[in-house]
Design a protein around this ligand. Structure first.
Ligand SMILES: Nc1nc2c(c(=O)[nH]1)N[C@H]1C(S)=C(S)[C@@H](COP(=O)(O)O)O[C@H]1N2
Ligand SMILES: [Mo]
Length: 310
């Protein structure tokens, strides 16, 4: 921008000094680690996201620490221990990354992650995050409503469900060798659930791009459903006329339903869902119907028996 005004000035002189200092510090650090220093200057800032605060955020809840959100994870492709994803997911390559959007849409497209980041303004959305294992967190996710992407590809009238497929890369994912699930990880939503504004495509948390263990570069978050509905590291979004098979429902249909709405009245066959342990707390707390989002989403299920459609 300044170049037009002062064509004689060297770029090093118009770069704010603080940036150069940061860059120097970054390069020194990278060199110490033996990483090549021929990185673009942007790399020094890679990871920070610009965002606005969403009115959809849950209020009055204490945030779970960044350490717990990034250190206590379920991502079975990297192992079943809560510490496995943080330990092993770093091997997954998240650039370049494309997402195939196909099926019952007028405009099927394969989008680069860089273009997905520009679909809608990134927001901070603080949501309760409830795992089917009866623990919970409160996470400041960064992302935007899935509906923004859906509107772009113009679903046909036949599109009744949306299927999400995660990456399955045997070179970097040791968990694929084990038969917990029928890989790749797949999840699904009914079209009206997918279009609900709370349903979020997440690209970051705590104002930084997602770490691999949380599902970089793109994952789903559906705050009124158990955490497993939130497929990580998504490579395909497909629009379907019929309800898709999902990884957990296929593995154990009596334990994991398609809907998976957080519901304290429908126990998992092997444990109660009436209470949960908030990570960081000692005592358990009562679980809220629809994870506390009933006011926004209960109408989606009017007339449905939620014990049958669990
Ligand atoms: N691809 C993939 N996505 C996944 C999982 C997984 O094992 N593989 N685990 C699910 C489960 S059970 C939960 S509770 C959440 C955990 O998300 P978090 O680790 O970011 O808290 O991711 C969900 N998405
Ligand atoms: Mo979970």
């Amino acid at each position: 921008m300044l170049i037009g005004k002062k064509p004689d000035i060297a770029s090093s002189e118009i770069t704010p000094k603080s940036l150069w200092l940061d860059r120097r510090r970054f390069i020194t650090g990278a060199a110490a680690l033996g990483i090549g220093v021929a990185l673009p200057r942007e790399a020094a800032n890679a990871g920070t996201l610009k965002f606005t605060k969403s009115p959809l955020s849950t209020k009055g809840e204490e945030l779970t620490s960044l350490k717990d959100v990034t250190g206590y994870n379920n991502f079975y492709e990297f192992g079943t221990d809560k510490s496995d994803p943080a330990a092993y997911a770093g091997a997954m390559k998240t650039r370049p990354w494309t997402v195939e959007i196909s099926g019952e849409v007028r405009k099927p497209v394969t989008l680069d992650i860089e273009d997905i980041l520009k679909i809608a303004p990134i927001e901070e959305r603080i949501y309760r995050h409830r795992c089917v294992e009866a623990w919970s967190m409160v996470v400041p996710w960064n992302g935007f409503s899935l509906s923004a992407l859906i509107n772009r590809v113009e679903p046909t009238s036949k599109a009744k469900f949306v299927e999400f497929t995660s990456l399955a890369d045997s070179k970097t994912m040791p968990g694929l060798l084990l038969p917990y699930l029928d890989w790749p990880y797949r999840e699904g939503l009914r079209m009206d659930e997918a279009m609900h504004p709370l349903t979020t495509l997440v690209v970051g948390l705590y104002g930084e791009t997602l770490k691999n263990q949380n599902g970089a570069p793109l994952r789903l978050v559906v705050p009124w459903k158990y955490g497993f509905k939130g497929a990580k590291s998504i490579v395909r979004i497909r629009f379907l006329e019929r309800q898709p098979a999902t990884a957990w429902n296929t593995a154990n249909p009596s334990e994991f339903g398609f809907y998976s709405n957080v519901n304290p009245e429908v126990d998992h066959p092997r444990w109660t869902q009436a209470k949960e342990r908030r990570i960081g707390d000692f005592f358990r707390r009562p679980t809220l119907m629809f994870n506390g989002y009933g006011e926004q989403v209960a109408s989606l299920y009017r007339g449905m028996d939620l014990k049958t459609f669990f």
